[in-house]
Each structure stands twice: as C-alpha cells, then as structure tokens.
Design a protein around this ligand. Structure first.
Ligand code: ATP
Ligand code: MG
Length: 631
C-alpha cells in the first residue's frame, strides 16, 4: 500500500485503520471500542483495552532480542558510553521500579524527572511507566523557577534528579537548582532521589529528604516488579510545551493511543524496525526525546542512541562517526543542530563511512532551504523535514519513507501523517484556503492516537487554548501555513509572528529565509519593531558563518538586497544587526518575543527558558552600538 491509500483509510475509516494498527502492540485485554468520539474535542482511543508502555518497550522483546542493544547512551561530556541490551534494560528498569515502589510511588502518582541525557533518565521513565506512575520530565538545565512551576502544576510524589549535567566540558550542578525550586514550590515532594555521577563534589544533601539512588538500587538487584496494566486512556505522562510563546501547558498523553502511534510512526515514518538503529540528538526532556529516543524505537525493538554533548565536541565530526560506529539507519535532529554544523567546514560531513545511514529527519523549527541544501549535498541522503508540536507527540506533517517516499520538496514538511485531518483555513472567514493561499493550519477532531488528550487537570484550558479559535470545532496549530496543489504544506511561522508594515502582513519566516539566502549568513531572526510611520518595520538580527571575511556592513547590505529582490521593497529590513549569537530556548527555538522586546526597549518578559544568557547580552550590546545597516 502506498501513502495515498494508507492516509485515505486512516481518515475515512479511522476505526478500521487504527484497529488494524493496534495489533502492532501487546494488549493485555484487547480494546472493546476503537474510538469514542462522543464528547469532542475530547476523544478516547482503544476504549477498554489494557496495556503498558514499559511492557511494550522492554519485556515484550526479551523472547527474541534479549542480547540485542536496546539503548546506547553516549556522553562526550563525561567520556562514558553505556551499551545496554534489552536484558540489561529489563533488569535496570525493574531495579528502578522497585526503588520507586519502596518510596511509596504507585499508579497515578506523578514523578518529576530532572536529568540530562543519561541512561538512568530512560530507566526512570520506563520504571514509572511500568508501575503506572505519571512521569513529567523537565529539561535538565531549566532554571529553578521553571522547575518550581512544573512541580506545582504536577504535585509530584517524588523528584528524581542527577547531581549535575555537563555542557561543553563545564559541570552544571542540578542539585542547587532543585533545592531552590523546592524552596519556591508550594507542593514540594517529600523526597528527592539523586542519581549521582560524582560530578558535583560539593553536593549538599538534605537529611531525610534527599536519597541516593545507588544505595537504594543495591537493595533491589534481583527485584521483579510486575507490570501495572492500565486502561488505554489513563494518563501515561505529562510534558510541558517549550513556552516559546507563553506560559507552558502540561500536555497529557494516554497509554494505548500513544503506544500505537509510536509503533506505527517509528516504522512507517522513520523507517525503523526491529534490530535497526535510530539516533535522535534530542534531549529526553523534549517531545522528540520522549517519542523517538525512548518509546518509539524501544516499542518496535530497535536500538536507540542517546547523546549527551555538543555537536561540535570533540570535533564537528562526532555525530557522523557515531553513525558509522553503530550503523545508524535513521538520524533525527533539528535545523538548529544542523546550522551549528553549517558554521563549520563542510568536509566534516565526509569524515565517516555513512553507508548505513538512509535518512536524516529534522524537526522543531522551519528548515530553511540553504540549510536543507547544504546538509543534503553534504551527506548524500534524503533530508526529511517534519512538523509537529509537543501537543501532537509525533509528526503531523511529514513524508513517510518507511511506507513510500514521496518527492522531497524543500521548504515543506510534506503531507499529513495518518489520522491527521489537516486543513488550511482563512483566519477570518474560516473557509478553506485555496492552494497557494495563506491561512491557519488546523486539525479536524478527533485528533489521532498519540496526540494530547487534555491539558493536565485543566480541560477548560485544553478547549480554550486549542479549540476556541473558530466557529467550527477545530484544533488550531497557531501556525500559518500554505498548501500547494499537491497537498504539500509549508509552515510560515506562528500566528503571533507577523509583522504589519503599512498594512502589509509579512511573516517573519519569509524574511528570515530570504536573509539566509545570502552566502555569509549562518542564521537570522526577524522581528517587527514599532515604527511611527509604518506601524511596524522588519528588523534583522543575523549571525555570520565562520570564516566569512566580509565586513558586517557589507554582509548586511547583501542581506537587505536579497530581501528586496526576493520579497519586494515592503519587506526591506529597516535595520540589520550582525551579532555573534541569537537568543534561543533550550530546545533551540529562536526567542523572537524577547528579541522584539529588546529592540523596542520593553520588558523581555520571562527569560527562564533562555539557553545562553550571553546571546541576550550580545543583542543588548548590538542595540546600544547601533545597527550595521539602517538607523
Ligand atoms: P509554546 O507552545 O509553549 O509556545 P512551542 O510551540 O515552541 O512552545 P513546541 O511544541 O516544542 O513548543 O514547538 C512546536 C512548534 O514548533 C510548532 O507549532 C511550529 O511553530 C514549530 N515547528 C516544529 N516543527 C516545525 C517544522 N518542521 N517547520 C516549521 N515549524 C516547525
Ligand atoms: Mg506551541
């Protein structure tokens, strides 16, 4: 079956289609009803079926692939590599689960996990899943205030943390951040379980509250913890959105629907089956990390590579050497990750034997054409842009090489994934936009399996945030999109990232793309800044590639010329600042909101998701110094 027929069945006969896909996983009790859509926008998949994510990810593979690698956790920061077989994974998860139970954690209890990309983070997640506890992984390195917000929202029974993370050779102690968060939180858990790697030599422990994982693990070396079977629609985990545009929401995922979506998408989208190797460079704390570093590859019996470190350390060839060493078939990263490499010499892409590598998937942000072009040429494998949100949990727009590779069109994440009834509609009339016409990307409910079931303890916020934007009951992605005659969709940026220049509405993304076509540019961010005459004007912040010899002023002039030629004089940037770094969230998304505030001299707002404070300082300095072009 090709993509067209597969997709058609998924949306026209959803119950038959998903009933079929449900066979990809183990059900302790089979579902009684495939879909209950009687209370839209809520819906329940695989009603009455009972299953368990940990059982599907671990136990189920013991019969056929106990000695196969399940997880390879590589840290170029600590120099440690853990190669973990399914048998060993099963052992470690049982030990972890036994420790959790000994601390009184049980079904429905929340557990906050605050750890970097290390094997124990995966054990902790799977151990929670095994006993029916709800994990909420908070990206390690989020500031304590952010952690406190998430603690208060989830009210966990336990917090599990590492003693420290590392970044670029520098130890970042987590424990002081945890202590500060717990001091701030209104609902601190009674215990903190510390997985120490001995990185923070001065770590302080609070007597009675703080426990050492290694000591407890020793007591449960041979523990067998039975799987807790859960009804398909019970919560499996919470994951907060990145907060690029505002206060993060606790995205709630189910058990059965998510397991089925993982089993299907890992195979059909990412082309990964039993025994094959997938390398996702994401952090476990993000949606991609949950789905394609942990649950997806393990549910299909594949090997998952987990990486702690920079893409450029010890040198920019590290990812590709890992691909060679572990015979990676599918690699998954982000446009930001690739743009970091693009600042380096392209010859690094040729430093390893990549004959096993078949696909590079990129997601999280718009993939600009110059970057797509550079990496496709450099690697010689298809590069597949895919679009999703924390909310969806798996790609909503993508190509599906595991099923049939449709032609790649640069600039577009492709076609709707199975089960997603996508439309592009006019934001005022709600009418479907014609091909080539810009509108808002929406999904007609019921949302497919795997997508959020609600916002944690806040059904009203689920409805208000996503389903209240149009007369019809539609899930709004809050992203602009445009569809071509073949159904390929381009994402034009967020509905709140629009610049209004003298009545013309311009997407920041279009201008960024245009700026990035200039050969000196590594990365660009465009924001709308208040202007007395025109309402708003586009202002550009750009970083240059390493080794560029042109002056900032010349480069800026080239950028302005590119925009004027490609988009016309309305889009012409009023000011261009060349900077050394751009402010981003820890997930690699540009913080346009903060850039805009700084450029307008207003309050940059909540900066706690900021990755590198220096980047913001750079921008402040540039603003003081004045633009490289314009005035
Ligand atoms: P918040 O919702 O809290 O503001 P966020 O939207 O940044 O945070 P995520 O769920 O991590 O949090 O990001 C999803 C968004 O990322 C999408 O809505 C879209 O704007 C962008 N995005 C993801 N993948 C792509 C892609 N392939 N092309 C273009 N944009 C993408
Ligand atoms: Mg969002």
């Amino acid at each position: 079956m090709g993509y067209d027929e597969f997709y058609r069945q998924s949306v026209e006969e959803p119950e038959r289609f998903w009933g079929e896909q449900a066979r990809l996983i183990h059900w302790e009790v089979p579902p009684q009803q495939i879909l209950d859509a009687s209370k839209l926008p809520f819906r329940r998949w695989f009603v009455g079926g009972t299953t368990n994510l940990c059982y599907n990810a671990v136990d189920r593979h013991l019969a056929d692939r106990a000695e196969q690698l399940a997880l390879v956790a590589i840290s170029t920061e600590t120099g440690r590599t853990d190669e973990v077989t399914y048998r060993e994974l099963h052992r470690e998860v049982n030990r972890f689960a036994a420790v959790l139970k000994s601390l009184g954690v049980g079904k429905g209890d929340r557990v906050v996990i605050y750890m970097p990309n290390m094997a124990e983070a995966v054990y902790a997640m799977l151990a929670c899943a095994r006993i029916g506890a709800i994990h909420s992984v908070v990206f390690g390195g989020f500031a304590s205030h952010n952690l406190a917000l998430r603690i208060d929202d989830a009210e966990p029974k336990l917090l599990i943390c590492a003693d420290a993370g590392m970044r670029g050779g520098k130890v970042i102690p987590y424990k002081p951040l945890v202590d500060a968060a717990l001091a701030e939180a209104k609902a601190p858990p009674p215990h903190v379980l510390i997985v120490s790697r001995g990185l923070d030599k001065d770590m302080r422990r609070v007597e009675g509250r703080d426990l050492d994982y290694a000591t407890l693990r020793d007591q449960f070396m041979d523990a067998e913890v039975p799987v807790t079977w859960l009804e398909s629609n019970e919560p499996s985990y919470l994951l907060y959105t990145s907060g690029t545009t505002g206060k993060p929401k606790g995205i709630q995922r189910d058990v059965g629907g998510y397991a089925v979506a993982m089993a299907m998408s890992t195979r059909m989208v990412f082309d990964i089956g039993p025994g094959q190797v997938m390398f996702s460079t994401s952090d476990v704390g993000w949606a991609v990390g949950h789905s394609y570093n942990v649950y997806g590859p393990l549910i299909v019996g594949a090997t998952s590579l987990l990486y702690e470190g920079l893409p450029t350390n010890p040198d920019p060839g590290i990812w590709w050497r890992l691909c060679e060493q572990y015979k990676v078939r599918t690699m998954f990263s982000s446009p930001t990750g690739i743009r970091v490499l693009k600042k380096q010499d392209a010859s690094w892409l040729k430093c390893a034997d990549l004959s096993s590598l078949k696909w590079l998937f990129l997601a999280g942000e718009p993939l600009d054409e110059p970057t797509a072009h550079w990496i496709t040429e450099g690697l010689g494998v298809p590069v597949i842009d895919n679009y999703w949100q924390t909310e969806t949990g798996w790609p909503a727009l993508t190509l599906m090489p595991g099923l049939e590779l449709k032609p790649v069109k640069w600039g577009s994440p492709g076609l709707p994934a199975p089960g997603y009834r996508m439309k592009v509609i006019n934001e005022v009339t709600g009418q479907e936009a014609a091909p080539g016409e810009k509108g808002v990307l929406v999904i007609e409910p019921p949302l497919p399996p795997g997508c959020l079931t609600t916002v944690w303890r806040d059904d009203q916020r689920y409805i208000a945030s996503y389903f209240s934007h149009f007369k019809e009951l539609l899930y709004s992605s809050l992203d602009w999109a445009i569809r071509d005659a073949d159904g390929y969709t381009n994402i034009l940026g967020r509905t709140d990232d629009v610049i209004n220049v003298a009545g013309h509405r311009l997407g920041t993304r279009e201008i960024e793309e245009s700026v990035a076509t200039h050969s000196a540019v590594a990365e660009a961010a465009v924001v709308g800044v208040k202007d007395e005459l025109k309402g708003q004007v586009p202002v550009v912040f750009a970083t240059l590639k390493q080794g560029v010899t042109a002056t900032s002023e010349d480069a800026a002039r080239g950028m302005q010329q590119a925009v004027t030629e490609q988009l016309g004089a309305v889009a012409r940037p009023a000011r261009i600042y060349v900077v050394n770094a751009l402010p981003k969230t820890r997930s690699g998304k540009l913080l346009r909101r903060s850039l805009q505030a700084l450029a307008q001299d207003t309050d940059p707002g909540d900066l706690s998701t900021l990755d590198d404070p220096n980047a913001l300082e750079e921008v402040r300095k540039a603003l003081q110094r004045g633009p490289d072009l314009g005035s």
